[in-house]
Design a binder for this molecule. Sequence first.
Ligand code: ADP
Length: 510
Amino acid sequence: MEKFDNNRTKDAWSARAAHRLTRRSFVAGAGAMGALAALGSFGLAGCASKGGTASSGSNGTDAEADDSFDAVIVGTGGAGLSAAIAAYDKGLVNIVLLEKMGVNGGNTNYASSGMNASETIFQAEQGIQDDSSLFAQETLDGGHNTGDPELVRFMCNNSAAAIEWLDGLGIKLDNITMTGGMSVKRCHRPTDGSAVGLTLVPGLLDAVSERGIPIAMNCEAKELVVDGGAVTGVKVEADGEEQTLRAKAVILATGGLGANAQMVTKYRPDLEGYVTTNQPGATGDGYTMAERAGAELVQMDQIQIHPTVEQKTSTLIAEGVRGSGAILVNSKGKRFFNEMSTRDKVSAAELEQPGGFAWCVFDQQVYDANKAIAKYDKSGLVKKGANAAELAAAIEVDPAALQDTVNAYNAVSANGEADEFGRTEGCIAFADGAMYAIKVAPGIHHEMGGIRINAKNQALDASGAPIPGLYAAGEVTGGIHGDNRIGGNAVCDIEVFGKNVGEAVAEALA
Ligand code: ADP
């Protein structure tokens, strides 16, 4: 099978560079010749269709136009790609994916920790006892009971099936770790322990390619077409030209708003000036389009900041690093909080430290257990020393204080008891020898609020009624995570609800 050529998905760092490309590039699957062929006959060369003539109208009512689809899926992150694959496999083949950037994958490319899931085949193989109701409870607890219990239960109950579905697509997530806010290992990573996004996106793109589902790149959805309260299409723009695509269903999978500073501060004025971990296409378009079409947006002020972001490059240091034993120390070489607590609490504690930052400190065992660290190192983000004293010199903290901190942590780890900050998870004693540190502080990470949906992924209005023809999945939706998202739950969300929306739309249109 021909592999999907999406150059940025192979490497998160080259991905960042690829995002800066302005050159138009059309990407389509091995079987997507229809899409490529269509470009020539389309008035708007930037958008793909299954072929035929261009639509000249902007109201989506030209009966002769060959730009009508069963479903238009906006966004090629994990949610959009999964939706397309699931819809196709349920028989809905007249579909198209739109991507406003020149590269696919969105923020999903940067998903680092893994995918949380309970009662999975891989947990069973490894003797890990888990329960979907425990997963749901810990998700609700992590969000301080502000998440929607029905959506949370749906996500957790369907997480094992999503892991198996991905496995069937050739995406194996069988290396299981923990992140903050979970009491058992349920964060599923690729076999080699690498960042999940760089396995997930290429794997999903391969599946899209195999099915010949067309992707229109550099094609931006601008507005939903609404007719008598129902969504009947989407206006798009590519290369400065506009076109209307008609659709029986539009699935918004446009991700978050972290790259739109104006929108971030509209909902959270206190976040002005924060760095963002988001890719440049995360500009919140889906919220604006959905709201204009009558959808309700919920909990939009719930923008998650992530505690371990390297500030010069906005690189997110994966939570798995702490999960496998790293500690956070302040500029005085002292620990200050339970590193495995939830992201909101760790971020707040970090901001209270002198200078509002921390060093994420770890040993060779942690370095070797997390493939991503070699990449951080290659990018010059990792300070190192042959021992604690040398590392202390490199990061300019008091050597005796750092050594005391490590000794105290090791003593508690050896006992298996909660330490003075209450940490019980991921406590692994530092081995003698090389030590490493990355300077981190909080950064804007994830919009937890968004379009209100039900368990069929229908977009809902303020009265709770579905807006006919409009669906949403992934980060663009709201209410699942509440006011704090557990690390690894975003990938669970995009996979469970991405698959679900594809199946739901196929069923609705059958
Ligand atoms: P999720 O995790 O929910 O799948 P991602 O951030 O991974 O979200 O992916 C969302 C994708 O949607 C990104 O690739 C982004 O560039 C794309 N996107 C955002 N807005 C638009 C738009 N208006 N038109 C087309 N694509 C869009």
